[in-house]
Write a protein that binds this ligand. Sequence first.
Ligand SMILES: Cc1cc2nc3c(=O)[nH]c(=O)nc-3n(C[C@H](O)[C@H](O)[C@H](O)COP(=O)(O)O)c2cc1C
Length: 175
Amino acid sequence: MILNHTIEALLDRRTIRSFRPEQISEEELADILHAAKYAPSSMGMQNRHFTVIQNKKLLSDIVDATARNGGKYSPGHTPFYNAPTVIVLSAPEAFKYNREDVACAIMNILLAAYAYGLGTCYICSVVDGLRDAEILPQLKLPEGYIPFGCVALGYPKENAPAPKERRDNDISYVR
Ligand SMILES: Cc1cc2nc3c(=O)[nH]c(=O)nc-3n(C[C@H](O)[C@H](O)[C@H](O)COP(=O)(O)O)c2cc1C
């Protein structure tokens, strides 16, 4: 296998669930968002929106809203892992490929952040909280957009555990 920076990032990026409290720099944030904007999107329409949250009160309100909407957490669980930045990804509710566009942009965020030595966690468990009537207007979304996921982002406090063994039964060839 060719080992270049791209392949290395694909193999070595791991989910981080423990963050240092200091905020990431404005330059890191801008570069990561810039890389995210270059993710593939259906018909090149760039039908997705990024909401950067660096506000502890709003993050805590989202967790409360998630619980209000049926989300169940084990005691002591912090869904955002105290990350100082969370980027919410939204797309038009009525657009056929909304989830796919969001997932592609999220992957760019995970990999760009990795390049800067930042830790990330792709989080979907709070989606019902993000869509809560009290939270949604605070995300400053274009008309008709709803959230599909978010990424917790920050300087990692500890190394991620080693990856699980990869499955060996998930490739079929038709030749
Ligand atoms: C669609 C999706 C939703 C996820 N939601 C959560 C989540 O809500 N909370 C969380 O801690 N991790 C979440 N993850 C992270 C996965 O648990 C993680 O990617 C997986 O365990 C593999 O670990 P790795 O990213 O280090 O390879 C999510 C990942 C994906 C792709």
